[in-house]
Design a protein around this ligand. Structure first.
Ligand code: ME8
Length: 516
């Protein structure tokens, strides 16, 4: 096939790869939707984006779950992984690859990174004795655990049961990377955000790093250790490596690796920052691979403030929420309501209030009112404006400033602030519309009415383009109603105002009110 020159800058974004030991929950959906909005934003902004998500299929947790269900672990992995992938599709997640850690190229990449770390003298055989949480797939020091009244022990931070594990296994010289990691956080504060998360990690690393057990012998569901197949790799070593498998590692000369590594952005939740910002960079340093540019840690989602749990019975299937509220309203709610990087809560009332106030009123109603006036009074075509007044200009300037503002917010993953900025322009347009009274101008000054409607359609066009990353379907619908062609919908088109005289289709409601 022909190779072609691509002048676009590259952007590589990943999500965590989920354990497919059960069905996906709303926390997973939240992570994929937020990463998808960022990926779409960058594509619309002219980047060549590679967006990867997938499933983390090895490890003891998977093996134990399969045993409980009485099915082979391969079957559990592929069955549930398919559920994740089809949920992604139902959520309009625009991933470029859905990776499975059971993929053949991932086995190759994991073997290769191990061999590099070993060649660097960082792997030795030792006897590990300590506490292991299968639920977290994590080792804890005794000080990180709590003994409960009934004699059982749990990880203090995550409240998951830990079990005493004693095994001869391979160990990674993590302690040798303490100073290098601290230097990296100090020189590259952008490597780990939000800052609160960075502070936690810095103090954890300053507290001293112990070497890390990176193989297991008591089960066999994993990538075999090169040269010693009695061992499988620690699931987190294999899992983290997915990020370089996806760009062709160990072939570091490949076009994909050259173009997309180091990754621009790893999106993860707050419970796995230690793995991504301590272990992962240490593994890469050891293997002589460049570090990812940035890890952004999002918060946890709670159901009316409560932790989701099967025993409380408040685990919600994301697709049921889509069914109830619609996909784009759900995507919008999650990204507008919750400050990205902080914990957040969802409830029926909060979702309905966002749908009715922000979507149906502020945006839907404005588009509907202006478009139906145009349909009735302007020959169903974009009206020709007269001279702009100061009010017109002020509003157009506000809308014209949105791209720069949204870009800054998206580049620091402050998605909610980008949406807030867009909605503040919509509020301004609604005030303008009420003040200008185009329905009165229809009789008194039709030319002025045409100008007011033109200005409003232009703002709606800008907003329609800018909301596409968050609400791809609805953004497209708005742009359809404005008769914008497929090649008029990227951010590069924001500066080219809507063309007067363009025939418009019959207006339709984009965001119906939610009625209980
Ligand atoms: O941790 N709210 O997989 P996972 C928001 N396989 N996000 C949540 C959440 C919640 N209530 N619960 C979980 C793993 N998450 C590993 C990752 S990456 C190399 C390996 C997030 O299925 C969680 O923080 O337990 C993580 O980012 C993602 O969902 C997958 O969690």
């Amino acid at each position: 096939t022909a190779t072609h020159q691509d002048d676009r800058p590259a952007f590589y974004i990943t999500t965590a790869i989920a354990y497919p030991n059960g069905a996906p929950h709303i926390g997973h959906a939240y992570e994929y939707i937020s990463a998808d909005a960022i990926a779409r934003f960058k594509r619309l902004d002219g980047f060549d984006v590679f967006f990867m998500t997938g499933t983390d299929e090895h490890g003891q947790k998977m093996q134990q779950t399969a045993a409980v269900e009485g099915i082979p672990v391969e079957q559990l992995a592929s069955r549930n992984s398919d559920v994740f992938e089809s949920m992604d599709k139902a959520l309009d997640i625009s991933f470029d690859r859905f990776i499975h850690t059971t993929d053949p190229d991932h086995q190759i990449a994991s073997t290769a990174i191990w061999e590099k770390m070993q060649a660097n003298g960082d792997i030795y055989l030792d006897t590990y004795a300590g506490w292991y949480s299968v639920r977290d797939e994590a080792f804890y020091s005794e000080a990180e655990t709590t003994l409960r009244g009934d004699g059982s022990r749990i990880s203090t931070e995550t409240a998951t049961p830990v079990e005493w594990t004693e095994e001869a296994n391979y160990t990674f010289r993590l302690s040798a990377y303490q100073d290098k990691l601290l230097a990296h956080y100090a020189e590259h504060p952008e490597f780990l955000e939000p800052a609160t998360r960075r502070n936690e990690i810095v103090s954890f690393v300053k507290g001293g790093l112990r070497d890390l057990s990176i193989s297991r012998t008591t089960f066999d569901w994993g990538v075999p250790v090169p040269g010693d197949p009695d061992h499988v790799m620690y699931v987190w070593l294999d899992a983290l490596t997915n990020y370089i498998t996806g760009v062709g590692y160990p072939n570091t000369d490949s076009a994909a690796f050259q173009r997309f590594w180091p990754a621009d952005l790893h999106i993860i939740g707050k419970d796995i920052s230690r793995f991504h910002t301590v272990y992962w960079p240490a593994f890469l340093m050891s293997a002589g691979v460049e570090l990812p540019k940035r890890v952004f840690v999002h918060g946890f989602l709670y159901n009316k403030g409560e932790k989701m749990s099967k025993s409380v019975g408040n685990v919600v299937d994301p697709l049921e929420l889509v069914e109830q509220y619609g996909l784009d309203p759900l995507r919008f709610f999650l990204l507008r309501e919750i400050s990205y990087g902080q914990d957040g809560s969802y409830s029926h009332d909060a979702i309905v209030s966002r749908i009715n106030a922000d979507l149906a009123n502020e945006l839907g109603n404005l588009a509907q009112r202006s478009l139906s006036m145009v349909a009735k009074n302007c020959g169903a075509a974009v009206p020709t404006p007269g001279e702009f007044t100061a009010d017109d200009r002020a509003l157009l300037d506000l809308a014209g400033g949105l791209l720069e503002r949204c870009r800054a917010e998206f580049d620091s993953q402050q998605i909610h602030l980008a949406l807030e900025a867009i909605w503040s322009v919509l509020a301004e347009n609604n005030r303008y519309f009420s003040a200008q009274e185009p329905w009165v101008l229809r009789k008194t000054d039709p030319d002025r009415m045409a100008t007011v409607l033109y200005v409003t359609l232009e703002v709606v066009r800008i907003v329609g383009i800018l909301v596409q990353p968050v609400m791809p379907g609805s953004g497209a619908k708005i742009l359809d109603l404005l008769a914008q062609d497929d090649d008029e919908r990227s951010f590069a088109n924001l500066g080219a105002p809507i063309e007067a005289g363009k025939p418009l289709p019959a207006p339709q409601a984009v965001f119906p009110r939610f009625v209980d």
